[in-house]
Design a protein. Structure first.
Length: 321
């Protein structure tokens, strides 16, 4: 089958290890099945793999990709939940041995992918394969951050740091649909304008003084925005962290944390049940993922280059077949 694989890693030139071509068909073990991939979405995780982050060299070559929507062996249209793990207290993301597709097992940038049967979620008929492919990583991460970890009621004010990426655009769209007042930051004036069009109430340059303190901050940028995130919170507020693309070791500012009784909450991906509810939420509200571009999988290098250079807004989607 045709697949996009990581054959080598290089932190300075990650695209050097991006390889397109033939790859063995998946051979699912007992309890697993195969999905014929119709669409798949690109994530920073894929670029980090090419840089050597979170991947053992003895796993190479490995098919990249975490997200997929397609057709199962019975002909059902499905969305693939990419967390491979045993539920701990009902939550597979708490399994210390969990992995994402493309870390231990071949991923979704291929004509077919093997997954546990329990990882399949029915795709709503009114959701396109391209839109559905955006959900399992970025949109599921945003859903869990907003609706489980932040603990907010409708009408609360949320600050989204770094508008433009997949998680950030999902946070803006989902927050708006849920009745939150959503503010967003971006270094790019163009991306700030796009965030307003998407549903943000106000937008700001990074580090700007806000009109008032917010109830929660959604943090995926990390070191570059951490100080601003903590200073933007009201007493008792929460910062929900699901990524640190600019660095993972900012000054903690513990005096501010304890004096204002702030909460710092970690969040990783989501459960299969949350993915199913996310798909239902999109069906109920009409919200759809922001797709920057759709490319055939054979043109994957173009998508990877756009991700590397930050030249995108929303999700980059590949179609297969």
């Amino acid at each position: 089958m045709f697949a996009v694989t990581c054959t080598s890693t290089d932190p300075d030139n990650p695209l050097a290890g991006l390889t397109l071509g033939d790859h063995p068909d998946p051979e699912p073990p007992a309890g697993w099945t195969t999905v014929t991939v119709k669409a798949t979405a690109l994530n920073h995780h894929d670029l980090w793999t090419l840089q050597g982050v979170g991947i053992r060299q003895d796993r190479l070559p490995i098919v990249l990709g975490c997200d997929a929507a397609g057709v199962d062996e019975e002909g059902n249209e499905v969305i693939v939940h990419s967390v491979i793990g045993t539920p701990v207290r009902g939550d597979e993301t708490l399994d210390p041995r969990r992995s994402l597709l493309s870390e231990v097992h071949d991923g979704t940038f291929a004509e077919k992918v093997a997954v546990p049967r329990g990882n399949l979620v029915p795709k709503p008929a009114d959701l396109s394969f391209e839109d559905a492919a955006c959900l399992p990583t970025a949109w599921l991460t945003a859903y869990r951050m907003l609706f489980e970890k932040a603990g907010l009621e409708p009408g609360a004010t949320v600050l989204v740091q770094g508008a433009g990426g997949g998680v950030a655009t999902a946070l803006i769209a989902l927050g708006r649909a849920a009745g939150y007042r959503v503010w967003a930051t971006s270094r790019s004036e163009e991306k700030r304008e796009r965030a307003l069009e998407l549903g943000a109430d106000q937008v700001f340059a990074p580090g700007s003084r806000l009109p008032e303190r917010v109830d929660a901050v959604m943090e995926t940028v990390g070191q570059a925005t951490w100080d601003h995130s903590l200073k933007s919170l009201r007493p008792g507020g929460r910062v929900v962290v699901s990524g640190a693309t600019s660095g993972a070791v900012p000054p903690a500012d513990l005096n501010r944390v304890f004096f204002l009784q702030l909460s710092v909450i970690g969040s990783t991906m989501g459960t299969r049940e949350q993915l199913a509810r996310l798909a239902t939420f999109l069906g109920q509200t009409g919200v759809r993922p922001v797709v920057d571009r759709v490319l055939p999988l054979t043109e994957a290098p173009e998508g990877f280059a756009a991700l590397r250079d930050g030249e995108f807004f929303g999700k980059i989607v590949f179609t297969v077949g």
